[in-house]
Design a protein. Structure first.
Length: 884
């Protein structure tokens, strides 16, 4: 039975039993601390914990999951996959233990012809928590399982929680007996290889307040309702149903093993180590496929790092199988073919997925070579049994992209260990440095207690979406982190108001500017930041009078500045939408900056934009301006906002109710707290200025917006006009004319260089003919005049030296390169044996020229400043010869 069919049977069974079929959530968890979804229940946590009312009483899903803590076990056991699918059925305060047990038993034992999975009931076992005797009775009452195939176990196996405070409860697990060929008798407590766990029924009734480990946690009380959360391992059921030995040999995975075997020419099943490598390859390639499919890109942290590690481990395993060429292009399509029955989106999006994966392999192969050399050198130095220093491991990680685990693996293959602690402390230092840098930039290292105290009396009200000015009262003044009771002319302080129309910098939008005035008081707002959430602090320079807490003021935003910032922010949404239209939905936002006249937008994408893409994006954004879309906003619960298609910034924590900015209905919908224009025509022109890479897999576009965009284009038009006049061609012909001029210029330069060389060659004949004898040394000195570069002088000198037939020869020549003298001196063996070294001689000459030089005894070179003293420089060489 194919894996996709087991999945279908599952969903159908539970749907027929009143469950709503819920699609798998992305493998990326909403919770940044757990990185990936590790269980089917994760997307239902708000309902299970009672935090939100469940929209359905019963649900079922097949969830994509990634767990990598046991990555070292992959391929070595029957059942450790970094990617797996968890089939789940859930009850939110509806049915409880009895029905959960009955449903599981029915689906497992029912005949295939009736939609079941047809497991032999005589081979099924169950485990129950030893404090949960009630569940044993329910098993006996609801199923035909005999008492002797139900075993008690402790919290280690039969209590389930997520590892975090939240819902948890006893569980009951179902095992399948593979038979005596696989291990000893005695049920799951005796052997978990023979008895394979296939399904976990969790009876969620407690709320945990603290979780210290699997078995060490505090129960705060009962959940508002009793819930069911079950998880069946789809891969495990598949391998049992398909009659193969392990999860790597099922229909969704095995084709990649076959491809790895074909590529390497090694048979699967012939060698234990090779088999493990092929399973690692198949597992990791599949995981990478799914993870990239859900939008993760390789990187050095978090999810990106896990993806990188998976791909690199796969490539590395293929190398150990003897394949050094790129392998991912051979393996990834095979994995996609095997997975597309269940996940058609992998095929639809394969173009993008494969580009990301192939680029990662290419990058890795480049560094693998140099990193391997570095490692091999270190291994040689420490010898077998030695330990590689932490800084080598760090360099391998930092500059060669070796995940530490790869270094550990490769080191152990050579019989050496690695100072992991040293490595980790270097990594920590690097992180601390980065954090300190970030803090220093934001000035956030300051003590925030003065602001926190103000916040204790309540947040400040922001009225700036609707108003550009407001009457307000000064709640406090803060200077250098401490509360102050007055500020006077010339002071710069942070002013906190009860109400403010000023937008504090956030979401990439720069703060408003403007004025705050009061009775005899005037201050200019330089910046607005919220050092603690909910408390905008206006950094003001006092221009007149003085101010104290409690004073009444009038706060007024500079409307032109605000309007221009709003233009830029709306332009960012338009460009974001245009990018996604052109590049696909995975060009997700990675950061932005909006300030009057300018916007910058960072997004995840592996490649540079082609000129055609760039034009298309610019066009789409400007068409949206022309279409004069309405810009509106509404407040929605986070989930509803996301369901409505609003884009959220990846990894950002949002409040439970969010503001959604909508431009032109489906055109653009984003979670955003920024200020915007009312209609897109107000944005004015958007002109893309540049496109560049900012770190791996992230690109940045910059654009001028509104009047600035227009003025920039107008400036360029003026430049083009003057070029067109200068070149006497219409503007459209300027590029062609410039290119032809450049061609001719290059040609002319080539001719000049050739002529120069011919002149130098001719001079060589003179130089050979006109030597003088200084104490038995033949000396030739030449002023070459202008030459193309120092190389001409050098070839002249060596040429002359080779052509003079004498016992001892010294040749010196000076040419000028761009007005500066360039000196070369050669001394042959005869001259060197008389103590004349070219390096010394050239120094003498260069001293005369106000410069320096040096080189080997036979040939040396230098330069100077003063071309007028070239004769003296050559004389100095002659003098030095005479002295010797
Ligand atoms: N949450 C339980 C598990 O992950 C059952 O779904 O095993």
């Amino acid at each position: 039975m194919r894996t996709a069919e087991i999945r279908e049977r599952w969903l159908t069974f539970f749907e027929e039993n009143g469950h709503t079929v819920v699609p798998s959530a992305s493998v990326i968890s909403d919770d940044p601390s757990i990185l990936f979804n590790i269980a089917g229940m994760v997307q239902f946590i708000p309902y299970l914990s009672g935090r939100e009312p469940a929209p359905f009483a019963r649900a079922t899903s097949v969830q994509k999951c990634v767990r990598t803590q046991d990555i070292e076990e992959v391929g070595k056991t029957t059942r450790h996959g970094t990617f797996f699918q968890m089939n789940g059925n859930f009850s939110f305060g509806d049915y409880f233990k009895a029905d959960a047990i009955r449903f599981a038993w029915q689906l497992l034992t029912r005949a295939e012809s009736e939609g079941g999975l047809a497991f032999d009931p005589d081979r099924l076992w169950a485990t129950v928590h030893h404090d949960d005797a009630e569940t044993v009775d329910l098993w006996l009452e609801q199923t035909s399982i005999p008492r002797e195939r139900i075993q008690f176990r402790g919290s280690d196996d039969n209590f389930w929680h997520t590892g975090q405070p939240g819902p948890g409860g006893y569980c009951s697990e179902i095992y399948y007996d593979r038979g005596p060929g696989y291990g000893v008798e005695g049920g799951p407590v005796a052997d978990e290889d023979r008895y394979i766990e296939i399904w976990n029924l969790v009876f969620m009734e407690f709320e945990l307040s603290a979780v210290r480990s699997k078995t060490d946690f505090d129960i705060k009380g009962d959940l508002p309702a009793k819930n069911i959360d079950t998880g069946m391992g789809l891969e495990r059921v598949a391998f049992l149903k398909q009659g193969v030995e392990n999860m790597y040999e099922i229909d969704e995975v095995f084709p990649v093993i076959e491809a790895a075997s074909r590529l390497s020419g090694r048979a699967y099943g012939a060698d234990g180590d090779d088999d493990v490598r092929m399973r690692v390859v198949a597992d990791h390639v599949r995981s990478a496929l799914v993870i990239i499919g859900d939008g993760v890109r390789p990187g050095n942290e978090g999810r990106g790092y896990i993806l990188r590690r998976l791909l690199r481990r796969a490539v590395r395993a293929m190398r150990l199988l003897g394949v050094t060429e790129p392998v991912v292009p051979h393996l990834l399509p095979v994995s996609m073919e095997a997975m597309k029955a269940s996940y058609p989106e992998l095929e639809a999006d394969f173009d993008r997925i494969s580009r990301v994966a192939y680029a990662e392999e290419t990058a890795f192969l480049r560094t693998l070579e140099s990193g391997t050399q570095l490692l091999a050198g270190a291994v040689d130095r420490v010898g077998t049994g030695g330990a590689i220093a932490g800084d080598i491991a760090f360099a391998l990680h930092d500059t060669h992209g070796f995940p530490i685990d790869l270094t550990l693996e490769m080191a152990s293959e050579h019989g050496v260990t690695v100072d992991e602690e040293g490595f980790r402390s270097l990594m920590q230092e690097q992180r601390d440095r980065a954090r300190a840098d970030a803090r220093a930039k934001k000035g956030g290292a300051a003590d925030l207690s003065a602001y926190s105290q103000l916040l204790d009396d309540g947040a400040s009200e922001f009225v700036g979406y609707d108003a550009l000015s407001a009457d307000a009262r000064v709640r406090g003044l803060v200077s250098d982190g401490g509360a102050v009771d007055r500020a006077a002319v010339g002071d710069t302080v942070d002013l906190v108001l009860d109400v403010t129309p000023f937008y504090a910098e956030s979401g990439g939008q720069r703060a408003d500017q403007g004025l705050i005035r009061g009775d005899g008081f005037l201050a200019r707002v330089l910046d607005v930041q919220a050092p603690v959430k909910g408390l905008p602090a206006h950094r003001v320079e006092v221009l007149d009078g003085e101010i104290a807490p409690g004073a009444d003021v009038f706060a007024e935003v500079d409307s032109a500045h605000r309007f221009a910032a709003a233009q830029a922010h709306s332009a960012t949404h338009l460009v974001h939408s245009a990018l996604r239209t052109v590049l696909g939905p995975h060009a997700v936002q990675a950061g932005s900056l909006n300030q009057p006249g300018y916007m910058r937008f960072d997004y995840a994408f592996p490649d540079a934009l082609t000129p055609a893409m760039r034009a298309e994006i610019e066009d789409a954004a400007n068409i949206a301006v022309r279409d004069d879309f309405d810009v509106s906003y509404e407040y929605l619960p986070l989930d509803e906002a996301k369901r409505s298609g609003a884009l959220a910034l990846f990894g950002e924590k949002y409040p439970s109710v969010v503001r959604v900015v909508d431009i032109g209905g489906p055109f653009s919908r984003e979670l955003c707290g920024g200020t915007h224009v009312a209609r897109t025509a107000q944005v004015g022109p958007i002109s893309l200025l540049s496109e560049a890479s900012v770190g791996s897999g992230t690109r940045r576009v910059e654009a001028a917006v509104g009047l600035d965009a227009f003025r920039g284009l107008a400036r360029e038009r003026t430049i083009l006009q003057s070029l067109s006049e200068m070149l006497k061609v219409p503007g459209t012909d300027v590029p062609e004319r410039v290119s032809s001029l450049l061609g001719r210029l290059k040609e002319a330069e080539r001719t000049i260089a050739e002529l120069g060389r011919a002149r130098v060659l001719a001079a060589a004949a003179d130089a050979v003919a006109n030597t003088r004898d200084i104490g038995g040394v033949r000396f030739s000195a030449t002023e070459l005049g202008d030459v193309a570069d120092a190389g001409d002088v050098r070839s002249f000198v060596t040429d002359v030296r080779n052509r003079i037939d004498a016992d001892a020869v010294v040749v010196a020549a000076v040419g000028t390169v761009g007005g500066k003298p360039s000196v070369v001196v050669a001394a042959d063996e005869g001259a060197q044996s008389r103590g004349l070294r070219a390096g010394d001689l050239v120094k003498r000459a260069c001293t005369e020229l106000g410069g320096g030089g040096g080189g080997k005894p036979d040939l040396a070179q230098g330069g100077g400043q003063d071309a007028a003293r070239i004769p003296q420089a050559l004389d100095a060489v002659a003098t030095a010869i005479a002295e010797a």
